[in-house]
Design a protein around this ligand. Sequence first.
Ligand SMILES: NC(=O)c1ccc[n+]([C@@H]2O[C@H](COP(=O)([O-])OP(=O)(O)OC[C@H]3O[C@@H](n4cnc5c(N)ncnc54)[C@H](OP(=O)(O)O)[C@@H]3O)[C@@H](O)[C@H]2O)c1
Length: 324
Amino acid sequence: MNAPASRMPLSRMSRLALGCWPLAGMTRDGVDRDDAIATVNAALDAGITHLDTAYCYGEAGESETAIREAIKNRPRESIFLASKCGIHWEPGRQQAVDGAPARLQAEVNESLHRLGVDSLDLLYLHAPDPKTPIEASAEALLTLLESGKTRAVGCSNVSLEELQRFSAVCPTAACQMPYNMLQRELETSFLPWCREHAIGMVVYWPLMKGLLAGSMGRDRQFPTSDSRHKYPMFQGEEFQRNLDFVDALRPIAARLESTVPALVLAWTMERPGISSVLFGATTPAQVAANVPALDCRLDDEARTAIDEAHRLRGPVAGRRAVKT
Ligand SMILES: NC(=O)c1ccc[n+]([C@@H]2O[C@H](COP(=O)([O-])OP(=O)(O)OC[C@H]3O[C@@H](n4cnc5c(N)ncnc54)[C@H](OP(=O)(O)O)[C@@H]3O)[C@@H](O)[C@H]2O)c1
């Protein structure tokens, strides 16, 4: 299991990465193709070479086609390109999970075409399909690895037991899961197991879908066209308590001569066992605000203050971010 060759390509993966879901207008409306291309270019120009996308980022693959435009004149080896298969859109903006081998292979072929490349650096199973044994999906990704369509394989949104079954079939370089200052469920069993088995942990939602970036007003309303309206973390008392937590971060960031988004991302990057942190962005200005995370150095006083703010906040409401 997990032959070293399958992990080698991850050494090219930048620890701070651009997550390309919001670029396709999936978090909120109003992000056009020019914004998307400019945002990818801003990340690459700032040295963020790891781009994370998926077959279903955009109903017609808008994320992958914007990436194609941004990378077309750059050396392929200068970019670490990760995509995912196994979720697609049905008519009526309904997401569907399908991990059947033929479907996965067809999606990957289409992703490569949209991205304008011959192979990916990392291909994830986006989510386990309850109708397909995870071993069958893993076998399909193993075939794609062996055919050279990807240099490494990972899986996402799995339980620990599903990860164990997946990695018993296909060498697994990375696992992609949600993690941030307020949603830390990974820490109990998932992260230790991945560290023990040398599986990289790539985390999403480090900014809690923008809430931890520090610029949301207390009276912010999310229209139904903004996918955040349905999450408890953005509603009522829960939203206000999350913003109290953000307010507790401000003096910590100021003492370190940093900013809230840089502090949040730097804290996430330095957590033991985290290989790469995927932040979403919709503009070059957001990329510019987040990249200083690479230079933000936390000290013990800052870590203790963050833990205390987390303790005072208590558990966040809603569905657990990580399946048990
Ligand atoms: N494997 C999976 O199932 C899965 C699931 C979710 C995400 N992901 C990956 O992980 C990436 C990160 O997740 P995410 O994009 O959902 O959440 P996120 O990184 O926690 O938050 C991204 C949002 O934060 C806001 N933002 C970013 N920088 C900001 C700044 N400096 N100031 C103010 N606001 C800022 C933007 O909001 P606005 O849109 O309002 O500008 C952006 O859409 C995704 O893009 C995707 O690649 C994977």
